[in-house]
Design a protein around this ligand. Structure first.
Ligand code: CP
Length: 320
């Protein structure tokens, strides 16, 4: 259902809501398109006219540092006009519904909504409601999906490892509440990695983990053995409605990434984290700032990858 909603009849991206249903060819096209934008930050004029005349609205109902700013920068570099809605000061606080907000912005002839929302399915809902010329990009919905984050992570992995075949990837921490992990798992499997391991206490793994195409492991020494990529996740305390852990210090002792634990991975393994990082909770500072960390490269790559996704959805034109 979502696959059809986000693709045109010709199989091109109309919206970008989830990795689910997207094939390797399309994901590779996103990575290749991003590659063409990656050097732009070095240019004196950091702009291309691909979205000149288009109006993009950033609708962030949840806080964000990286995603919102890199979307804004990406839109600006594509020469689009960008509106950043200040949700705290908008009529949402006076009880206006999400749909009414969308209808009013639509009346201003906008071309794209970039949506972050605490409710799973919010971006999908908006994509179903908007006029045919408008594209919707999911910038994170509840615990469901964060597909542009997953794509910038795939881009960063490809930059360092060149190909996905044969790679062993470990995703560590709060898998249960992580929209990033869900999108990463779908992307890694679609791109053909050898193995995706999820390392977490049983309380932080989803009940349906066995259907997700991953190997669940509850021990860092076992899970990190010989992996090429280690992806650390934050404890998503804002989504925890009961006690999932004895304490943060106990979590760090068992599942926090330290230099000693990282020794279990391959010597050239890269360390990733979508951010924001909580030092001393899921990752030691010496690892986050260490030679194997590519955490800030992920942020840089976010601009090029979001430029690729925005230009591809706008290019498709027409209806889904
Ligand atoms: N990775 C990520 O989504 O970070 P922000 O919440 O800062 O956007």
């Amino acid at each position: 259902m979502t696959r059809h909603l986000q693709l045109t009849e010709q199989g091109r991206l109309k919206h970008f809501l989830t990795i689910e249903g997207l094939d390797r060819e399309l994901l590779t096209e996103i990575l290749d398109t991003a590659e063409s934008f990656v050097g732009m930050s070095e240019h004196q004029v950091k702009k291309v006219p691909l979205l000149r005349g288009k109006t993009i609205v950033n609708l962030f109902f949840e806080n964000s540092t990286r995603t919102r700013t890199t979307f804004e920068l990406a839109a600006t570099r594509l020469s689009a006009d960008v509106l950043n809605m200040d949700i705290a000061r908008s009529a949402t606080s006076k009880g206006e519904s999400l749909l009414d907000t969308i209808r009013n912005l639509e009346a201003m002839q906008v071309d794209m909504f970039v949506v972050r929302h605490a409710l799973s399915g919010a971006a999908h809902f908006i994509a179903q409601q908007v006029a045919p010329h408008i594209s919707v990009i999911n910038a994170g919905d509840g615990q469901h999906a964060h597909p542009t984050q997953a794509m910038l992570d795939m881009f960063t992995i490809r930059q360092h490892k060149k190909q996905f075949e044969g790679l062993k990837v470990a995703i560590v921490g709060d898998i249960l509440h992580s929209r990033v992990a869900r999108s990463q798992i779908l992307a890694l499997n679609a791109l053909g990695v050898a193995e995706v391991r999820v390392i977490a206490p049983k309380t932080l793994l989803p009940a349906q983990v066995k259907t997700m195409g991953v190997t669940p492991i509850h021990d860092m020494d076992e899970g990190l053995a010989d992996v090429d990529v280690v992806i650390m996740l934050r404890l998503q305390k804002e989504r925890m409605n009961s006690a999932f852990l004895p304490s943060e210090s106990e979590f760090f002792r068992c599942f926090g990434l330290t230099e000693a634990k990282l020794q279990r991975a391959k010597p050239d393994a890269i360390v990733m984290h979508p951010g924001p990082i909580n030092r001393g909770v899921e990752i030691a500072s010496s690892v986050a700032d260490g030679p194997q960390s590519v955490i800030l490269q992920q942020v840089s790559n976010g601009v090029a990858v979001r430029m690729a996704i925005m230009s591809m959805t706008m290019r498709s034109g027409g209806t889904a």
